[in-house]
Design a protein around this ligand. Structure first.
Ligand SMILES: Cc1cc2nc3c(=O)[nH]c(=O)nc-3n(C[C@H](O)[C@H](O)[C@H](O)COP(=O)(O)OP(=O)(O)OC[C@H]3O[C@@H](n4cnc5c(N)ncnc54)[C@H](O)[C@@H]3O)c2cc1C
Ligand code: SF4
Length: 330
């Protein structure tokens, strides 16, 4: 591991200033991702600014929903009574990720900012445009079973690994960020991740030094009827091959509102807008769920080793919608 300076920020201003003034400084929160990347030589910051003791751990009801501190632990977020009651999709998604030990350390801000799990990215002997721009992409010519089926390009075809982010995409969260000018920036979730063609060295629209302070969820008419479905190679401690977050508002069996997002299929949490469009105003029947899944999946562009994901995702959309229309308590 490369030597690095460790500092602990006393407040959010100090944290932002410390990282902004050093292009090779990084925040460390729970450390469950950044430390692994440093041990593998993938990340080589010259300074780690510890934000774990900042006062950003609260989860509180707002006039219009809930606000979740960036430094609240994943476990505390998943098990918060208001989140269990009003946003069960988020509880399900967080509890489907990682392991109990990791969820006890991992923070919400770190979850949003976690890096890809592409094995070529982690192996510094392999080419990877994401780690070293212009070096090539090991996965496109190599083993790409776990990679994208939507919106990849010839630079990179990784997938975003977070489960929590798939639920946040469906729930249309907004992310509050303290900017380098000290002001707060509010980023709608759909704008938090860059379009694939613009990702080059950064997945998100955060600028160097900007600090996520909290995540807001508005009250909604669809969050109650929801389901998170994660399909993976083993029952725990594995990232999604495909996941689906589905949330519906039904009225007399008709779909009044629907939000669908997918994980394991694209370089960012993938909002299934085509499927949503196909479902609006329709009866909540399996036949209509299938038609919506077809509408989304006809745009898929699988790679050599992940063609199976297209049918897997199609079936996952149908099953998640069926379960969302008949939710059970988490
Ligand atoms: C074995 C293993 C299995 C896992 N399985 C899953 C899984 O199935 N599903 C899943 O979703 N996740 C999974 N994870 C990932 C885990 O959820 C993340 O590692 C964790 O959420 C990162 O949070 P952290 O606080 O530890 O971040 P850190 O490691 O401290 O930081 C990660 C990145 O976020 C940046 N950062 C942290 N906080 C902020 C902030 N407030 N503002 C701006 N930048 C910030 C850091 O600079 C760093 O770049 C797994 C991890 C491991 C190790
Ligand atoms: S898919 Fe992306 S992360 Fe993986 S090797 Fe290619 S450029 Fe790197």
């Amino acid at each position: 591991m490369q030597p690095f300076r460790y500092t602990r920020a006393a407040d959010t201003n100090a944290a932002v200033n410390a990282v902004t003034s050093n292009m090779r400084a990084k925040f460390i929160a729970g450390g469950t991702n950044i430390l692994d990347l440093m041990k593998e030589g993938v990340e080589t910051p010259t300074e780690l600014v510890d934000i774990s003791r900042l006062n950003l751990t609260q989860i509180w009801a707002t006039a219009n929903g809930i606000s979740i501190g960036a430094l609240a632990k994943n476990v505390d977020t998943a098990n918060h009574p208001l989140i269990r009651r009003d946003y069960p999709l988020l509880t399900q998604a967080i509890l489907a990720g990682a392991s109990a030990q990791i969820r006890n350390m991992a923070t919400n801000g770190g979850n949003l900012m976690q890096q890809t799990r592409c094995s070529y990215f982690y192996d510094i002997s392999m080419p990877c445009n994401k780690r070293e721009a212009g070096s090539g992409c090991g996965a496109l010519e190599g083993f790409n079973r776990n990679h994208s089926i939507f919106d990849w390009d010839t630079n990179c075809a990784d997938v975003h690994p977070s489960d929590m982010c798939v639920a946040l995409a469906a729930l249309e969260a907004t992310v509050n960020v303290q900017g380098t000018d000290g002001k707060t920036r509010v980023i709608p979730f759909v704008e938090f991740f860059r379009p694939a063609a613009d990702m080059v060295m950064s997945d998100t629209t955060l600028r160097h030094g900007e600090l996520i302070t909290s995540i807001d969820l508005a009250r909604s008419s669809f969050a109650g009827n929801s389901h998170y479905l994660k399909i993976r190679d083993r029952a725990s401690y594995a990232f999604a091959l495909v996941s689906v977050a589905a949330a519906l508002e039904l009225s007399g069996g008709q779909i009044k509102q629907v939000r669908l997002a997918m994980g394991g299929v694209a370089r960012k949490p993938w909002r299934a807008f085509e499927a949503e469009k196909a479902l609006m105003g329709k009866a909540a029947t399996e036949e209509n769920f299938r038609a919506a899944a077809d509408a989304e999946m006809k745009h898929a562009r699988p790679l050599e080793h992940n063609k199976f994901k297209v049918e897997l995702a199609r079936r996952a959309i149908v099953l998640a919608l069926k379960r969302a229309s008949h939710p059970t308590a988490v």
